[in-house]
Design a binder for this molecule. Sequence first.
Ligand SMILES: Cc1ncc(COP(=O)(O)O)c(C=O)c1O
Length: 426
Amino acid sequence: MPKLAIRGGEPLVKRQLGKSWPIFDGREERALLEVLRSGHWWRGGMDPSESKVSQFEDRFASYCQAKYGIAVTNGTQALECALKAAGVEAGDEVIVPALTFVATATSVALVNAVPVIVDVDPRTYNISIQAIEDAITDRTRAIIPVHNGGFPCDMDRIMEIAQRHDLMVIEDCAHAHGSEYKGRRCGSIGHLSAFSFQQGKVMTSGEGGIVLTSDPELAEKAYSFMHIGRMPGRPFYEFHRLASNLRMTEWQGAVLLCQLERLDEQVRRREENARYLAEGLKEIPGVEPLVDQDMWGEGKFCTRWSFYYWNFRYRQEEFDGIHRDKFIEALKAEGVPVGIGAHGEPIYRNPLFQNMNFGRTGCPIRCPLYGKDMDYRKVFCPEAERIYREEALSLPHAVFLGDRKDMDLILDAIRKVRENADELRE
Ligand SMILES: Cc1ncc(COP(=O)(O)O)c(C=O)c1O
């Protein structure tokens, strides 16, 4: 009789792991009703101190140890807004990692610049420092480090490179609300940062985003790019920049204020469970935590790991030569919602890049203002490819909102697959 669920055996996990997402209670319900009854459904036309969006901007910026917050419609437009505030324009290059959500790169093209997609560091799955150095040209204007899975990028080295080459740094914090790099909150270290509050993220209003910065000039520009080119303190019908309407609604602001109240406790619980899981994984041959205790903990590289997906690793050579994808299928059949990282394949593999689908003119990639030859069909990042095809494993954040029993079930399910690996070969 086969033991593994994928072969017809009984699944080991027979209930939902962690919590269902999103989480809300009477606080969100009351906050939404308050906005409804107030008649103020957008952020304009009232004293900023009364606007839920303005309150959220201040509170979230201060939570992330930044001075200014500019709330916007979603994470993609947060990146676009930050890029515009950073002065990125046609003909500029912006360095982005290969393992991320496609918006990290498409936001660059949407502001008429050229995304330069580079490899990741196999130790953390974050942008490789060497790859950044190698990609810098006289066209480079900015770098977008993504804290992949919420694990911080090496921000000291990135800021040092940026200073040396006079580049802007925009942290993509869509996975990292509350994560810390050497005691500093992600989103407060680069010149600007961008967050997403889309439904799956660890704080959500369905859709939403925010730009953070501690530089008053950049904050003023980001505000202007969020608000159709208006300037704070100037007449309402006076427009200073070519800009869209990226305003967040009061509904979103009200919900996010409530979500922020829950964040610390959720981060604490997730991190405690992830630590326990990481310890357990070390005892099972063929799987291992992404980073060791020397990189994660008090006084270390990552002092707080708030994650969207928790990345860990597969080692085929220690798993009887069975391919990672077979392991994933088997573990899923046991009832564990395991995946391969937040967004799958290296972003240059998307049809957009492979077909060089940049419209009739080909701008901004094939553009006289750029004048260089960028062909994404020639981009190949060996580490990102290997990680995507053979190594990456991940679990979604809501799984970690349960208790130790959930972690024990995950470990038991992995052990079960490991012990019956021969069934996967048939
Ligand atoms: C790394 C990263 N950047 C940007 C975004 C874009 O955010 P949004 O979906 O809110 O536009 C996401 C969304 O998943 C993301 O994961």
